[in-house]
Each structure stands twice: as structure tokens, then as C-alpha cells.
Design a protein around this ligand. Structure first.
Ligand code: NAP
Length: 298
């Protein structure tokens, strides 16, 4: 049996094991995928150990994605993004331990799957956020020819990211103007993960011509509610999670991933998690923070 895994800290709420094990079953592969709690300090030991034990591949999540660059051989995209979310062990390249980043690819496929055209010059994209996920999306969409404006709470981070892809960076108070000028609006901040999070901009700025993609996937955000109310296309982060996992599986195995099976497993996992948290809240065992745990993988 081939072993795969996801390393992170915390890791117990990850949806990746359910998603990848469902895919392996559907493909008839003798394989299994486990979550492993690994600290930043032990990441090198853990990756080398997995390589030595013949693991088929790994995913990495918070807080390990940036640290991994010092340990594995990153491909061009992972190097440019500055983060690794997928590790492969030399199937086609000898004994190398290679690092990839499939988050941006997941976002691109999710957008395309919803009918949003990014390929080819001229798509005016407003990307809100300049953290790890935003970087992956920015580099991937820029390679597809999108014209990208980046707005972020920390202006310096927005400007640095925009500068590295030939776009422009803005503070959040420019959002009103930017929303009006854009066709595709992507929220890649963590705002919206928690019930009661504020809106990034007033909902009435949205029009039916907008495509709004919020990469948060653990709940329906105010942004998506506003988009629906405006008659705009509203897309949550579930398919991004599915496609980044599907791409990882393809890198490890060379097989086409069953994205429909993986999506079903993620949606079932989210439903179970929501029911569990509802019960825990009713029993007074957790607050709103309970909703957030484990919702930052990808
Ligand atoms: P990160 O590296 O920590 O970046 C967080 C981003 O959110 C930064 O741009 C930060 O701005 C911004 N931010 C945080 N709090 C804010 C606030 N109160 N007001 C305005 N901006 C705020 O995190 P990440 O890994 O990029 O993840 C971001 C989100 O994407 C999370 O919700 C995560 O669950 C989701 N995600 C989804 C997928 C998927 O597959 N669907 C994959 C990866 C991540 P500053 O730079 O100013 O701090």
C-alpha cells in the first residue's frame, strides 16, 4: 500500500484525508492518505522521513508552506509564489524531493468551471489580499494574461505582490473605485471565515455583471450573499480546495483525479463539521472560534 499525507499544525480538522481517500478508492488504488501534526521545527525531519519510508506524496498546510522552500527543490511556480503545498518524491526525476504549489491552479479551474474566462488578455481582476493564497492566485492568473489589481490591508504587501507581477497595489479604502472598474472580484483574505466578520466593501457596489469568488469555503460569507443579491455570479472556495487536491493527486500518480468524487467528499465533510460544531455550541463547548479550526488548508 502506498502512503500519502498532509502535514500541518493544527491538522485534525483537515478535509484533505476524506477528499484524497475518496479519490484513491474511486481510482481503485491501494493507497491511503493520513493527516500528520508536524511543527515547523520538525518539518525537515518529517519530509526526509516520509521520503525514506517511500511515501507517495505529501500536502503541506499552515504553517509549513513557506518553510518547505528551504527543504525541497521547488518548481518555478512554487519558487515565485514563495510557498509549497504539494511535495512529490522523484517519480520522474530520480530521487529528488520536489515542491509544487497547486493553490493557484485550483483557483483558476474553479473560476473556469463556473464559466469565468481568465485565459487570454484583458480580464480585469481585483484580488483582495496579499497572503499565501493571494500570491498563488496572483501568479497563476497573471500567467493566464489577467490584468490584476491587488488591494490589501497592509499596503506595502499589496505593492510588493503587485510589483512582482506587473500590476498595481492599493489600500483597502480604494476598494469602492476598484470594484466598479473590475469584472472579476476575488477575496483571498481570511475576512469572512468567522460569523460577524465585517464587509470589505458595501454590498451595493456589486452589479449583475460581476463575477465574485470568495476563496473562504467553511461558510457562506457576507460577500457571497451580497453577490447573490446583486444577481452576480457567486463562487465559494470549495472547488478551489477540490482542484488544488486533484492537481496534487495528478502530480503524485500521473492519473486523472476524479474531481466529482473529491467534491462530494469535501461537501460531506463540511456538512458533518457544521453539524458537530452546532451540537458543540448548543452544549456550550465551543464559541465562534470552533468554526474556524482547520478551515485554513489548501
Ligand atoms: P494569510 O497568508 O495569513 O493571509 C491573510 C490575508 O488576509 C492577508 O492579505 C491579510 O492582510 C488579510 N487579512 C487578515 N485579516 C484581515 C482583516 N481583519 N481585514 C483585512 N484583511 C485581513 O492566509 P492565506 O493562507 O492566504 O489564507 C487566506 C484565506 O484563504 C483563508 O480564509 C483560507 O482559509 C483561504 N484559503 C482557501 C483555499 C481554498 O482552497 N479554498 C486555499 C488557501 C487558503 P495583511 O497582509 O494586511 O495581514
Amino acid at each position: 500500500m502506498k502512503i500519502f499525507g498532509v502535514f500541518g499544525d493544527p491538522i485534525e480538522h483537515s478535509l484533505s484525508p476524506a477528499m484524497q481517500n475518496a479519490a484513491f478508492r474511486a481510482l481503485g488504488m491501494d493507497a491511503c492518505y493520513h493527516p500528520f501534526r508536524v511543527s515547523r521545527e520538525r518539518l525537515e525531519d518529517a519530509i526526509l522521513g516520509a521520503a525514506a519510508m517511500g511515501f507517495g506524496g505529501l500536502n503541506l498546510t499552515i504553517p509549513l508552506k513557506e518553510k518547505a522552500l528551504e527543504i525541497v527543490q521547488p518548481d518555478d511556480l512554487a519558487q515565485a509564489i514563495g510557498a509549497v503545498n504539494t511535495v512529490s518524491f522523484g517519480i520522474s526525476s530520480g530521487s529528488e524531493i520536489r515542491g509544487h504549489n497547486t493553490d493557484g491552479f485550483g483557483a483558476l479551474l474553479a473560476l473556469e468551471g463556473a464559466g469565468v474566462k481568465i485565459r487570454g488578455r484583458g480580464s480585469r481582476v481585483l484580488l483582495i489580499g496579499a497572503g499565501g493564497a493571494a500570491r498563488a492566485i496572483a501568479y497563476t492568473l497573471e500567467r493566464e494574461g489577467a490584468e490584476i489589481s491587488i488591494a490589501n490591508r497592509s499596503l506595502q504587501r499589496a505593492e510588493e505582490l503587485a510589483g512582482s507581477i506587473g500590476g498595481l497595489g492599493y489600500p483597502l479604502y480604494d476598494l469602492e473605485k476598484l470594484v466598479k472598474e473590475s469584472e472579476v472580484i476575488i477575496n483571498a483574505t481570511s475576512v469572512g471565515m468567522k460569523k460577524g466578520d465585517p464587509r470589505l466593501f458595501p454590498g451595493d457596489l456589486l452589479q449583475s455583471s460581476h463575477a465574485v469568488f470568495d476563496i473562504v469555503y467553511n461558510r457562506e460569507t457576507e460577500l457571497l450573499k451580497d453577490a447573490r443579491a446583486a444577481g452576480a455570479l457567486a463562487l465559494d472556495g470549495v472547488m478551489m480546495l477540490v482542484y488544488q487536491g486533484a492537481k496534487a493527486l495528478e502530480i503524485w500518480t500521473g492519473q486523472k483525479a476524479p474531481a466529482d468524487v473529491m467534491e462530494k467528499a469535501v461537501r460531506e465533510g463540511l456538512k458533518k463539521r457544521a453539524e458537530k460544531e452546532k451540537k458543540a455550541r448548543a452544549a456550550g463547548k465551543t464559541g465562534e472560534d470552533g468554526e474556524m479550526r482547520g478551515a485554513r488548508e489548501g
